[in-house]
Ligand binder design. Structure first.
Ligand code: NAD
Length: 248
């Protein structure tokens, strides 16, 4: 029960890594607030996590939505001890095929969304709170077709370092978890055919020293560590949970 009585907010908490982390946080004693874009999925996930879990709908690419969500959190629970800014999308395309819409969609969800999630949570963050961003192992090497996605994830590495220093006066810790390939619904949302996803999966797998995809629960354990007082002296850093992929 390392998160006993903590209030933990998770964006993208209705699916994949966010949902697994919501379960882990709950098991560790936290009260969980999940934020997602799809109302049906959010309600189903909140019910699945159970207990007093709160499900809120917001599109993190819209600052007004984030503002409204944290307004509700202020009214309903009054504070945030753990913020897991995890919502994100992944779309791959070669340089020649990227247009403004493609570029802006990922920037506005993965970068702007994470940034303003932190900003809007800030008044509610308690002394000693933990903020965790979800980056990716792809921040550390070039993967063909991933230019926009990888840029968005690399941006979060510096955001965490900067906020770690900026918020240290309030004893707020800011860190990053960087997953390798994890079996979640994200691969089905990339706009690729099933065959292309299979091909991409095979190519990725060949680059993972531990020779398997990770499980969302394995990221959840790492996030729970960063969220807990076990990581009380850990700030501004990145925890790679990628089967060794970034070292290859
Ligand atoms: P997922 O598709 O299962 O979950 C993504 C979550 O983000 C969903 O809950 C979705 O509702 C939410 N989301 C997306 N756009 C949103 C928006 N505009 N507003 C609010 N919520 C929004 O995928 P996942 O694999 O669990 O991904 C979670 C995070 O992990 C993402 O940031 C992703 O980039 C990152 N990541 C995933 C992998 C992987 O292999 N699965 C690897 C590295 C990093």
């Amino acid at each position: 029960m390392k998160l006993h009585n903590k209030i933990a907010v998770i964006t993208g908490g209705n699916s994949g890594i966010g949902l697994a982390t919501a379960h882990e946080f709950k098991q560790q004693g936290a009260r969980v607030v999940i934020i997602g874009r799809n109302p049906v999925a959010v309600a189903a996930a909140a019910a699945e996590i159970g207990g007093d879990t709160i499900g809120l709908v917001a599109d993190v690419s819209r600052v007004a939505d984030i503002q409204q969500a944290f307004g509700t959190i202020r009214e309903r629970v009054g504070r945030v001890d753990v913020l897991f800014a995890n919502a994100g999308i992944a779309k791959f395309a070669p340089l020649t095929d990227v247009d403004e819409t493609f570029f802006q969609e990922q920037m506005s969800i993965n970068v702007m969304g994470a940034y303003f999630t932190a900003q809007q949570a800030l008044p509610l963050l308690t002394e000693g709170a933990s903020v965790i961003f979800t980056s990716s192992t792809v921040s550390h090497f070039g993967m063909p077709g991933s230019s926009v996605y990888s840029m968005t994830k690399a941006a979060l590495l510096n955001l965490a370092k900067t906020l770690a220093v900026e918020l240290a006066g309030r004893k707020i810790r800011v860190n990053v978890v960087s997953p390798g390939p994890i079996s979640t619904p994200i691969f089905g949302k990339m706009g690729l055919s099933e065959a292309a996803v299979g091909e991409l999966g095979g190519a990725i797998l060949a680059q993972v020293p531990l020779a398997r995809f990770g499980e969302a629960s394995e990221i959840a354990k790492a996030v729970a560590y960063l969220a807990s007082s076990d990581a009380a002296y850990v700030t501004g850093t990145e925890l790679l949970v990628d089967g060794g992929m970034a070292q290859g």
